[in-house]
Design a protein around this ligand. Structure first.
Ligand code: SF4
Ligand code: MG
Length: 327
């Protein structure tokens, strides 16, 4: 297995108390595989990724339990210099906002080239050639002419392609993309997502795709893990999820996608707001918003029940949910 997160806990100390951002998350992604991690903001999807990348510092977050195995070695117990080596060369991250992730005063060619100068000891001239090659590879037109331009001179979609080029420059084994297309308009979203999926296949990388939008992952993900209040509440192969949900929260997400909208079913928005991580409801954290909630839901935390060999749901009533979702 390329990456295996096991029973991870992360908390943040805030002035109001301890925010329980990640509460026992386990997931895995293999080479050549795409895992979509889905959830609203505050579900812990980004924080889990930041823990994997080692960038949990805004505001100060603390890993209080679990393991992060990368190619079989636990990053959390590795010596600092080794850990940095692994994260620097074998993993990369793509962020939502390319404009603030890129350096505004360095040309795109210099930023891409710098990776090869620093990590591969290349000359500036060779690094420049590599930068042009990468820009071609992410299909930026006229790469040779544009290599000297600055980030603000590119469109949002082109900037996101530059981010992708930066991330794959050193051919990492794992890429984590956090809402990589959220800031783009719909057609550009599809193109960028397609590019990412294509490069992932070519390079046989593991890809973790973090998103709040179930609609964008259907064509690219192999598996989905749905998060709520710092836990995974359902995980399954992507096609199984689209066929039927085994958790009422997932059902709500499915019903709110216009393009999957089934005839005769109202387009739906899940009522209420996600809980505060300072004060997660007891029992099932989703119970205040759940149309199926019963007494047991207010007291007993649902474990991740096996629904099928490759599928789990943290709902006491996963079976009736699944049956209703099929109908
Ligand atoms: Fe709803 Fe209960 Fe299932 Fe939670 S455990 S999702 S509250 S039915
Ligand atoms: Mg986020």
């Amino acid at each position: 297995m390329l990456l295996e997160v096991r029973d991870l806990y992360v908390e943040f100390r805030t002035r109001e108390g301890i925010a329980h951002a990640v509460n026992g998350v386990s997931y895995a992604v293999d080479a050549g595989e795409t895992l979509a991690v889905l959830g609203e903001s505050g579900s812990g999807k980004s924080v889990t990724a930041q823990a994997v990348m080692g960038i949990l510092d805004m505001p100060p977050g603390r890993i209080t339990g679990g393991e992060i195995l990368f190619q079989g070695r636990d990053l959390l117990t590795l010596k600092e210099d080794e850990r940095r080596k692994v994260r620097g060369a074998r993993m990369a991250m793509i962020f939502q906002d390319a404009l603030s992730a890129l350096n505004p005063v360095l040309s795109v060619g210099d930023q891409l080239g710098e990776m090869f100068v620093v990590h591969r000891g290349m000359s500036k001239k060779d690094a420049r050639a590599k930068a042009i090659e990468l820009m071609d590879r992410v299909r930026i037109p006229a790469a040779r002419e544009r290599v000297g331009q600055y980030p603000h001179q590119f469109s949002g979609g082109m900037r996101q392609r530059i981010m992708i080029a930066m991330a794959m420059a050193l051919e990492p084994a794992l890429i984590i993309a956090d809402e990589p297309t959220t800031a783009l308009d719909v057609t550009v979203q599809a193109q960028v997502m397609e590019l990412l999926a294509e490069l992932q296949r070519e390079l046989d990388m593991g890809l973790i795709l973090i998103t709040h939008d179930l609609g964008v992952v259907a064509d690219v993900a192999d598996r989905i893990a749905v998060m709520y209040a710092g836990r995974i509440i359902e995980t399954a192969p992507v096609h199984d999820i689209y066929k039927a949900a085994a958790h009422p929260y997932t059902q709500g997400l499915l019903d709110s996608i216009p393009r999957l909208h089934h005839k005769g079913r109202e387009l739906y928005a899940i009522k209420g707001l996600p809980p505060s991580l300072l004060d997660i409801p007891p029992g099932c954290a989703f119970h205040p918003r759940c149309p199926r909630a019963r007494d047991v839901c207010r007291t007993d935390v649902p474990p991740l029940h096996p629904v099928a060999p490759d599928r789990r749901s943290a709902c006491h009533f996963w079976k009736e949910t699944l049956d209703a979702s099929h109908s």
